[in-house]
Write a protein that binds this ligand. Structure first.
Ligand code: ASP
Ligand code: MG
Length: 458
């Protein structure tokens, strides 16, 4: 009964793919019904595998979970700074003569070595483990041929992960997969770009509908601030991918941007410190996913910009406080704000601005720092968002040029975390949105082309 139904649902025409799909669904169903066991994907970063002692410790952490009956896939990075060293060596030996395909073949040795050691360590603890090598038939991560920054081919990889890893898991074998590595359809080794082993873990968890992804690293989680900059930092218990991206815009990368694009929506990622010696320790849980591509959206109701000019406004904390309390009194949402030395702009919902204008004006009269205020015409707030934004040079320029070419004036703009907020005339919002959507499509094509040129994302 289930079988014919699944067969009919697997919409791909060729028989082999269909077989694989049906088989995988049955496996997943089987797994759930039969044992109901938890399934984890655990990735150990290079710092957690920097020497033999650390590898042994990591293997024990995995062993503890296996003893509880948890099914687990282990993904490993290269030991310590191996990848950096390999890159430096290749560079000093060959310089620019190094061919990207050869570099990948060499770099892959870092992860392949640590995966071999790791699976041996697990076996020595009495567990069935299997090292998965990119040169074997059972290799699961399939990519395009952008060497040094390859992009996984999603459907092929997901199918292959299910086909090759599920039977092992069902037989109580723990697959140990070297992260960061891919293989082209015609069998050549690629790498996914720096930090790519997170991508490997995310893809595997996605394919297997894992319960959780654990990234074992050398910090206790994501902190309220960089401990190198601020005292008394605390660990953040939980945050959304979007918030994480906001934080990583300031330079510190917890998970590479490219990898985040592959984080499965419904599977949480827990960052833990492997020095604690236990995968059950608290860490930071990362939830949700981020839209893969740039997108533009419009605030459905009109907004206005209230501009205030004066002198040294940015120092006038009293003025700020007064303005904010006026907003709070009326329960008005501040949609955005820009400030510099002598002026400030607040973006407010148009239907609310009348309520607060008298109050704002009182602040103007009371403070000798503020000279006057002015209210813009009705504007539309358009948000261009995307995980890549801060890494893609020239987006702001491209966006404003596109609007300019249509004779659309930008009344205001600010960028924040992964968004550009633009204000255009309310009456021309549909036109503006359409122009931006076309521009985004163009940018996406250019990004594709860049990637094909092997420009690694850092
Ligand atoms: N070993 C690779 C790197 O250092 C991949 C990884 O660690 O995720 O970038
Ligand atoms: Mg590394």
């Amino acid at each position: 009964m289930v079988l014919p139904l699944l067969w009919a649902l697997a919409e791909k025409t060729d028989k082999q793919t269909k077989f694989v799909r049906v088989f995988s669904v049955l496996h997943v169903l089987g797994g759930v019904i039969e044992i109901g066991n938890k399934m984890l994907v655990v990735k150990f970063g290079g710092s957690s595998l920097a020497n033999g002692e650390k590898i042994a410790k990591a293997a024990k952490m995995v062993a503890k979970k296996l003893k509880e009956g948890v099914r687990l896939v282990v993904v490993v990075s290269a030991m310590g700074k191996t990848t950096d060293k390999l890159l430096e060596t290749v560079d000093s030996a060959l310089g620019s003569k190094a061919k990207p395909a050869d570099v990948d073949d060499i770099l892959s040795m870092g992860e392949r070595t640590s995966a071999r050691i790791f699976s041996t360590a697990l076996k020595s603890l009495g567990f069935k483990a299997r090292y998965i090598d990119p040169q074997s038939e059972e290799w699961p991560i399939i990519t395009d041929d952008s060497f040094m920054n390859a992009e996984p081919i999603l459907d092929k990889s997901l199918d292959s992960i299910r086909r090759n890893l599920l039977p092992l898991l069902e037989n109580g074998v723990t697959p140990v997969v070297p992260g960061f590595i891919g293989k082209t359809v015609d069998g050549r080794i690629t790498t996914l770009g720096r930090g790519g082993s997170d991508t490997t873990a995310f893809l595997i968890a996605h394919a297997l509908s894992a319960d959780e992804i654990i990234l074992a690293t050398d910090v206790d989680g994501i902190m309220t601030a960089d401990p190198k900059l601020v005292k008394d930092v605390r660990k953040i218990g939980e945050l959304k991918v979007e918030e994480l991206i906001g934080l990583t815009n300031s330079g510190k990368k917890f998970i590479h941007r490219k990898a985040l694009r592959y984080k499965p929506e419904g599977i949480d990622v827990k960052i833990v410190n492997s020095a604690r010696g236990d995968l059950d320790v608290d860490g930071t849980i990362i939830k949700g996913s981020f839209p893969r591509d740039l997108s533009a959206s419009i605030n459905e109701s009109p907004v206005v910009a209230v501009t205030m000019v004066g002198k040294e406004l940015s120092k006038a904390s009293k003025v700020m406080l007064d303005l904010f309390s006026k907003l709070e009194e009326k329960g008005i949402d501040l949609l955005g704000m820009s400030i510099d030395h002598d002026s400030l702009i607040m973006y407010l919902p148009e239907n609310a601005v009348r309520d607060v204008l008298e109050g704002f004006h009182e602040v103007v009269l009371k403070s000798d720092r503020v000279l006057a205020l002015a209210v813009s015409p009705k504007l539309a707030l358009i948000r261009v968002r995307g995980a890549y934004l801060s890494e893609t040079p020239g987006v702001l320029n491209t966006v404003s040029e596109a609007l300019y070419s249509q004779g659309l004036n930008i009344y205001g703009v600010f960028t924040i975390t992964s968004s550009i907020c633009l204000f255009v005339e309310w009456g021309r919002r549909v036109e503006a949105l359409k122009t931006l959507e076309e521009t985004i499509k163009q940018l996406r094509l250019e990004e594709e082309a860049l990637r094909k040129d092997n420009k690694p994302l850092t």
